[in-house]
Ligand binder design. Structure first.
Ligand SMILES: [Mn+2]
Length: 335
């Protein structure tokens, strides 16, 4: 079974490399509001194209969290909000870790009819939307897949690629913490260290450097934690007033939700963000043995079993009332 999957990967990789080498102008895209895996993987693909002088643009929707500013080539990533299309249109588009076409947000406007779509993803709910689909649900990060693409495609991993791909794997495994981390993730990461990535520097940049304002936001959010259902559930909330007070932006909230699962005994953590009048975003985290994704699914959201989200068309307090009831049903059903 496993060797079959590997064989399949190699065939798809060959197809992707063939398509990329023929391409005139490539669009590289990740999902809206990029994370470390998305950014590192996109930059890995970009550098692969650099080696053959193939023209490309990387365009994303949403703000790049400041902690990724150190990634080599990060300034090549354009924001769709101020992107001015110039030159000929794209004949090939590489989608990195997007479950479906819609995940790229407004970047869709750059994907023309007839554009060859290459879909590289590790999310189980991927809709297989590409002309070429490279899907590996066992990969802990898309970065592991791009690593394979580069090496099995006959290219070398440079120091910059190693830094970008190590970042992708480090962040998507929560520093090799999540259950998704496999021996293969560690082997790939080890090889990336051999190829020049600096584990201490990357970890410092992403996890230990925080602006004074962002640290103040973290403190305020932790002060406001609320516990329910015998401390099995923890709610965290962020609204615009708090962001203004701490002089922070949405990008500073990246990763904060993980604190909601931190207290002993907590099984489900939820971050509620006020998205304007009557709109609330809920981000869920749960312990390994609890799957929370169905609660997000009830409200049209989705994601992974232990990390997912949804948007509710109601104010935060109403959303909290509904969600706590749904989590209660889930936990009592599970026990
Ligand atoms: Mn990912």
């Amino acid at each position: 079974m496993k060797s079959k999957a590997v064989k399949k990967n190699k065939t798809v990789i060959k197809e992707i490399i063939k398509a990329l080498m023929k391409a005139k102008r490539v669009l590289i895209i990740g999902h809206a509001n990029p994370d470390g895996d998305s950014l590192g993987s996109q930059l890995g693909v970009a550098e692969l194209l650099d080696t053959k002088h193939i023209e490309y643009e990387i365009v994303n929707e949403g703000v790049i969290p400041g902690k990724y500013a150190f990634l080599p080539g990060i300034d090549r990533i354009r924001n769709i909000d101020n992107y001015q299309a110039k030159g000929s249109s794209f004949d090939t588009a590489v989608f990195i870790e997007c479950s479906n076409l819609e995940r790229i947000g407004n970047v869709q406007t750059l994907v023309n009819n007839g554009c060859k779509i290459i879909n590289i993803d590790h999310h189980q709910d991927n809709s297989n939307f590409g002309d070429i689909n490279f899907l590996d649900f066992e990969a802990a990060a898309a970065g592991e897949m791009v690593y394979e693409l580069i090496l099995d495609g006959g290219f070398e991993i440079s120091k910059n690629m190693a830094t970008n791909l190590y970042t992708a794997i480090l962040t998507d495994t929560g520093r090799f913490h999540y259950k998704s981390t496999t021996p293969k993730s560690m082997r790939v990461a080890a090889d990336l260290l051999d190829k020049g990535a600096s584990s201490s520097r990357i970890t410092d940049e992403i996890y230990y450097k925080q602006s004074i304002n962002s640290l103040a936001l973290t403190g305020a959010v932790l002060q406001g934690l609320e516990y329910f259902l015998d401390n099995r559930v923890c709610f965290m909330s962020i609204d615009n007033a708090l962001l203004e007070k701490t002089k922070t932006t949405k990008a500073d909230t990246d990763g904060l939700v993980n604190y909601a699962l931190r207290a002993e005994g907590v099984l489900v953590g939820v971050l509620f963000s006020d998205k304007g009048p009557g709109v609330t975003k809920a981000s869920f985290r749960s312990q390994n043995h609890i799957s929370i994704v169905d609660v997000a699914g009830k409200h049209g959201g989705g994601g992974h079993k232990n990390a997912c989200g949804c948007t509710l068309n109601m104010p935060v307090d109403e959303a909290q009332e509904i969600i706590v009831k749904e989590i209660e049903e889930l936990l009592d059903g599970a026990s």
